[in-house]
Ligand binder design. Sequence first.
Ligand SMILES: [Zn+2]
Length: 57
Amino acid sequence: MQRLPFAKRLEDLSPGECIWPINSGGPYLFCAAKAVGKYCAHHKSRLIQKRGGHLDE
Ligand SMILES: [Zn+2]
């Protein structure tokens, strides 16, 4: 996980840090970049694409 220097486990996340999960097996790690809302700008755009243009949360 060294290639993701900002990655944190859920219990280490602080408010204002991106909660995008970056792996698919435990222990889960999250992006933890500076977030606007729940996700950083990069992951917010990923989320919008994934949901076909809607951002519900
Ligand atoms: Zn992120």
